[in-house]
Write a protein that binds this ligand. Sequence first.
Ligand code: ARG
Length: 461
Amino acid sequence: MTLWSGRFGEGPSDELLAFTVSLPFDKRLALDDLAGSRAHVRGLARGGILRDDEVGILLTALDRVQEEMASDAFKFQPGDEDIHTAIERRVTEIAGAVGAKVHTGRSRNDQVATAFRLFTKRELRAIVARVLTLQHTLLDRAVAAEDVYLPGYTHLQRAQPVLLAHHLLAHGWALSRDVDRLLQTIRRLDVSPLGAGALAGSSLPLDPDFTANELGFTARFENSLDAVSDRDFVAEALFDLALLGVHLSRIGEEFVLWSTDEFGFLHLDDAYATGSSMLPQKKNPDVAELARGKSGRLIGHLTGMLTTLKGLPLAYNRDLQEDKEPLFDALEQVAPALAAVTGMLRTATFDAVRMQAAADTESSSAVDLAEWLVERGTPFRDAHAIVGGLVRDSLERHVPLSELVEAHPALGAEALPLLEPGTAVYRRTTPGGAGPDPVRAQVKRFREHLAVDEDRLAADG
Ligand code: ARG
């Protein structure tokens, strides 16, 4: 029997049930639905709609459902269309006649929105905790890297050397924006839709402020139509996870590149690499590749959700049931990706010799030569042309740049120390720059930033 059978002459077709059922995936909302139902029952009591004995019976039945779910004793029935229906059916079986009162003043429209917000809030917080762990790992590796440097790249061409710590923290700062976004998304979604009913509120004395408070939301909805049709929080969560996924994919791509024989900047720990079924010598960076590859479906989920929402008239439409699987899947992909990337980063061995050898080319100091000329009065554009000409000359005639620098009237022997290995990175002294002094300051700021974000996560609990 359906929840709405009173209005219908015959039951739903098998085809309709097969097509519209959401139980296989929304079972995951069971605990959140139970929490919402408890708050609703207390709210009904407060409004004098339920007597104390009825409240007791319903809360006991809800507890029993929770126990049955925890012990896998809960039996779903063929007619259970979604988790909300299944729970109400079972509550009614346990509570008898009083069970028929649990849905008073409530619709699945406000019920599902409430449960999904509770779920999303908790799950996003868990993601933030994992991002913070990854950031700590980046920080630890940055500190341990001391003054090791490698080429910094633009266009994947060697550009200027940078400290390895600087490079690692660049990913750390990107992740700190993810943390900020996720926390802000949590803030915005922290609004209870319970009490909006199907779309317009109720004639019964419900108190949405009371139930919002019971559920730990910071506010109740302002507009019942908006409350049941708003899925901005799902789209935002999907965007946050997609961009986080993009950040993981960039780390992944670098680890793929750096672990090649061609780069040789790092060795993956055996526990975070895979072998080949045919080629005995292979060691493959599958964690890094999947960190890169997963971003495709994350972006797909965001696009899909926005497309579902686009053009939907107010208020609830069944299309909105399509909100759950993308978010469930996005969370299911991102959480293990964060753990695996953290492990891969924590255990990889960086090859400082290979990194520094790649950075210690004479031309990595090209801009230092130009800036040396600038300090002696040459306009930068002229200095750029002088040094560019020397680099070209050196390549074409196979003469070391140092010889040409020494022979050049505007440069000479005095400029030669600029070409010494490591000099280019030590000369990056400006705030936020890639050299040892600013990076030491940056490490401190990053550590402080992490502590602040940890406090924010704790405070938003
Ligand atoms: N399973 C549905 C969902 O997730 C529940 C809401 C159904 N509401 C309705 N009016 N048909 O959206």
